[in-house]
Write a protein that binds this ligand. Structure first.
Ligand SMILES: NC(=O)c1ccc[n+]([C@@H]2O[C@H](COP(=O)([O-])OP(=O)(O)OC[C@H]3O[C@@H](n4cnc5c(N)ncnc54)[C@H](O)[C@@H]3O)[C@@H](O)[C@H]2O)c1
Length: 396
């Protein structure tokens, strides 16, 4: 490897604008990353990142296939929509590149399984950026829970509610929202997977059943552009031990909310309760624009233009693992140990697919509420992957 990891960026939309541009150009990791090429079908997005990275025109591609064939790279980051993670990831792994993907790994377990298999077969690194894994409160909770001090996990309640402006295409300037944002993404794919992943890592359990209730009242009433899609979803998980969780996620909080994302979680166990306090990141601003809680733990901007926080260190640590392996300071065996289905986000995708199936099979009640049936995740895994593969994921 050269001094720097030669990185190709596939997809340069909102997540690159909001998070990864800071990682690439203004973080503690920037010195070790060289953005060598971009693959993006959208001209504006492609040239925005191309200009930022100072890329010549022959390093700006419309497709990942051309980029991989025509550029010397060590790794790619696949920032495409969830259902388009699989093909570029598998093709990059097959071409001998390491791959980083923002959460969720994929929108179906079939895709997630294909990606995991491709990484194992090619003996390359695959990392899924679930930044909450690097949130110090989640990490500490994981270590404390695993020490046994709280006994048996019994139940949990998590919530993660975005301001309406996150999903509302009528809001100027647009945040993550394209006119079809809430049709392409659901609160489950965008938000629930974060909390499900965090919870599953803390308690180290695999979910066996999932059920969802969806509420569609606010987005459908927006004007002039109304959106299809749920404002709020309650996803209920049942683990192999009988432990349960409700994860409430949505994006219809009034824009006067004190934070872009109002979120927290509590775990109730036989010998104690764990309150994650995610709602109190520590910086409260009283200003003529309103009262705003800022989360500098996620992302903070230093006067030296350096951006730090777990939103940056989470993908940064994935790149450190790639660089460590390429410099032989991390062994292949150590790396392969990291390629567990939990680390690779397989179970978060299982929750996502199961919860969306529950809503799709659900019954409409009242005005805009859908109550889904309980989905047996073992059956879903056997149906999608076959009995042998499902068993290998602990779902036989
Ligand atoms: N870490 C986080 O918290 C976080 C936040 C937002 C989004 N995400 C994830 O990041 C991914 C991208 O989300 P986004 O919000 O940036 O979406 P987006 O729609 O804003 O951007 C996706 C980009 O991919 C491009 N694209 C589509 N097909 C492509 C292809 N075949 N090859 C190359 N580029 C292609 C699109 O033109 C677009 O520019 C999703 O998986 C999403 O769930 C993660």
């Amino acid at each position: 490897m050269n001094n720097k990891l030669r990185l190709g960026v596939i997809g340069a939309g909102a997540v690159v604008r909001e998070i990864y541009q800071h990682l690439y150009f203004h973080s503690d990791y920037s010195g070790r990353l060289q953005i060598c090429a971009v693959a993006e079908p959208n001209d504006e997005h492609r040239n925005w990142l191309g200009d930022l990275a100072g890329l010549p025109m022959n390093r700006r591609f419309a497709t990942h296939g051309e980029m991989i064939a025509q550029t010397e790279l060590d790794a790619v980051q696949v920032n495409t929509p969830d259902h388009l993670h699989c093909v570029p990831t598998v093709e990059a792994l097959n071409a001998g590149l390491d791959v980083v993907v923002p959460k969720p790994a994929a929108s179906t377990i079939k895709d997630a399984h294909q990606m995991i298999q491709a990484a194992r077969k090619a003996r390359r690194f695959l990392g899924i950026d679930f930044h909450k894994r690097e949130d110090p409160r989640i990490k500490e909770a994981e270590a404390r829970f695993r020490s046994g001090r709280y006994g048996e996990f019994q139940a949990a309640v998590f919530y993660m509610l975005d301001k309406l402006m996150v999903a509302d295409p009528n809001h100027a300037p647009r945040f993550f929202a394209s006119p079809d944002f809430a049709e392409k993404n659901t609160p489950i794919s965008f938000l629930t997977v974060h909390m499900a992943d965090a919870l599953m890592r803390i308690v180290n359990l695999i979910p066996m059943r999932v059920r969802a209730t969806g509420y569609a009242h606010k987005l459908t009433s927006l004007r002039p552009i109304a959106l299809k899609g749920f404002d709020l979803v309650d996803t209920e998980l049942v683990f192999e031990t009988g432990g349960t969780a409700h994860i409430l996620t949505g994006w219809a909080l009034p824009n006067t909310a004190w934070s872009t994302t109002v979120q927290s979680g509590r775990l109730i166990c036989s010998d104690g309760l764990l309150d994650l306090g995610l709602d109190t990141p520590g910086l409260l601003e009283i200003h003529q624009e309103g009262v705003v809680e800022i989360n500098p733990l996620f992302r903070n901007f230093g006067l030296d233009e350096r951006v730090t926080g777990y939103g940056i260190s989470s993908p940064g640590h994935l790149y450190e693992q790639i660089i460590g392996r390429r410099n032989h300071s991390v062994s292949q065996a150590d790396l392969e140990e990291k390629l567990t289905p939990m680390n690779l986000g397989f179970y978060a995708t299982l929750v996502l697919e199961g919860a969306e199936k529950s809503l799709a099979d659900g019954e409409q009640v009242g005005r805009g509420t859908t109550i889904g049936p309980m989905i047996d995740l073992r059956k879903l895994a056997v149906q999608e992957l076959g009995a042998e593969v499902a068993t290998a994921y602990g779902l036989g």
